[in-house]
Structure formats: structure tokens, C-alpha cells
Design a protein around this ligand. Sequence first.
Ligand code: F6P
Length: 357
Amino acid sequence: MKRVGLLTSGGDCQALNATMRGVVKGLSSNLTELEVYGFMNGYKGLIYGDYRLLTSRDFFFFFTKGGTILGSSRQPFKLMREPDEKGLDKVEAMKQNYYKLRLDCLVILGGNGTQKTANLLREEGLNIIHLPKTIDNDIYGTDMTFGFYSAVNIATDAIDCIHTTAASHNRVFIVEVMGHKVGWLTLYSGIAGGADIILIPEIPYDIKKVVEAIDKRTKAGKGFTVIAVAEGAISKEDAKLSKKDFKKKMEQRQYLSVAYELADEIRKHNGPEVRITVPGHTQRGGSPCPYDRVLSTRIGVTAAEMILNEEYGYMVAIVNGKMKKVPLGEVAGKLKTVSPKDPIIKEAKLLGISFGD
Ligand code: F6P
């Protein structure tokens, strides 16, 4: 007999349902007695005891659907140790609900913030397995997170569509791709969509270099330019600011986002017509792509196997194509960023892509 809890927390992504299906099917195919409790809306459900019993039938229609049948919410890690409005100790409440249901373990699907709370619960003595989800692919210790390739497909489609209209009108087009802290999604969709300039948080840009790259294309007879910019891309100037000063500057920023600021700067420098496209949360929506369905199923089934073997305190990772158990304490709080020295950056530069550096 096993009693297992499941929850999805943080920003959603594609393949959350497919991952949970992998866990539940992997367990139900190998156990005669099983109870799976799904906590609603992320850690909120665990804190306030909002849950429902799940079977693999719950995922029958949802295997190929995005979102999460459990709902999700953002519960910042830094506030976890602070009592709620009514003075409730959240960590204690989560532990009590876990013990009340006599769970053997809790499987937590989420990104970096979620992972930190998962690790906190592990330190508090609960049996935890973390499954790495995010369209950002920024979780340290795994080559890939589920959701990433589905989002790459969507962002690439957006860049593809922009390409044809950019060429017809000889315009500069800026496509703003999700990713506040890391640029994997912008880098991959930018290369896949044939962007001419890719700007990511890890490589601060110089506006003069961006304008130079546009001018170079114009001189070569290419009247249009497609720029893929990550939400968190930052100029060289801003990168020199202290965290505090940068935060202050962002609070006072008159632009909706980096794409608008960049457009204004390009207009000032050489005046081509500039247009902006922000695919936004479409990147997190729709059905998981086949790669993510396979990856999430492998991750889910591996988690099921670990539960059968009573191996807890790990994140399930994929490294060099193989599933791997990574101790949560070794990875929680670490971010997997794009190294400017990554071979893919060198290859993109050889192709003529400018990073504005
Ligand atoms: O962490 C995933 C992510 O989609 C980021 O790429 C993006 O910056 C952020 O979430 C958006 O968060 P929210 O859905 O809370 O606006």
C-alpha cells in the first residue's frame, strides 16, 4: 500500500498532466493498493488541506493537454517561513496535512522557487521527489526540463510568422520571448526561427552593436532584421548597476518591457520602422510537443519507480539521455544559465547572429 501526494506549483507549462499521468500509471500498474492525493493550486492546497483523490483515469483526456488538472499558484519561497494573514505557520500546516493523510511521499512538480520549498520540506523530514518543469529550462542538474521544447516550438512559430511580414515591409521586428533570468528559450527559438540578432540576460548588449548589426544587414541589401529578445535582456550599462539601483531603475522605467525600450533606442539611432511582437503566455499554453510528452512520461515513471523503491529526497533529471536521481540538497537554489562560452553561442556567432556584445 502506498499513499502519494502530488502538486504542481509556480508558473505552469505544457506536460504537467503528462508527467503526473506517468507517476500515477507507473504506480497503479505495479501496486494493488494505492491512494494518490492531488493538492489543489500548488502549495496552497498543501497548506490549507485542499486535495482530491486521483486515479490514472483522471488523466485519460488530459495527457495531451497543457495546463494542470490540479491548478497552480505562485507561493514565494521567501514567504514560506512567514505566517499567513491569519497567523498560520505555513510550513507546520504543510507537514500536518502530509502526516494527517499518512503520505509515503510527496511528488512536487515545479521550477526553481518550487524546488527550494520542496527542499525545505525535505529538510523538515518529509519524503519528497521533485520533478523539473519550466519553459525556461533553467533548473540546475538536469539537461532538460519538460515544457521547454513545447515553448520553443511556439516561440519559433511566432518568429517564423514575423519573418515573412518583416521581409515584405523591410522593417525591424522585435520578438520578445519569455525568460527573465535566463536566455535558453530565446536562444533556441531565435536560432530555430532564423533571428538575426539574439539578446539574452547572460550576454548584456550594447545598443551601438545592435544598431551596427542592423546597418550591416541594410548595407548588404537585406532590408529587414528580426531580433529575438529575452524578457530579461539587459544593456551593458544596466548590467554595471548594483542590484538595488537596477531595481529602482526598473520601477521607474517608462516602457512596458525591454522590447519597447529597445525599439525606441533603435529608432533614435537609425530610424528604421520598428515593430514589436510579444507572444507572452501563449508560450506556456497549448499541447505539449511529442518530445515533452516522452520526456515527461519518462520523468513520471522514474518517479514512480523511486517511490516503489522508497528512494526520496531527489530531483528526477535527464543527463546525457539517461534518467538520473539528483540529491535535492545539491541543486536547490541553483540556476542553470547560458554560459557566454557555450559552444552554441560560438556556432550562432559563426552563422552571423549578433548578440549585441
Ligand atoms: O517561469 C516561467 C515563466 O513563464 C517565465 O519565463 C516568465 O518570465 C514568468 O514565468 C512569467 O510569470 P507569470 O506567469 O507569473 O507572469
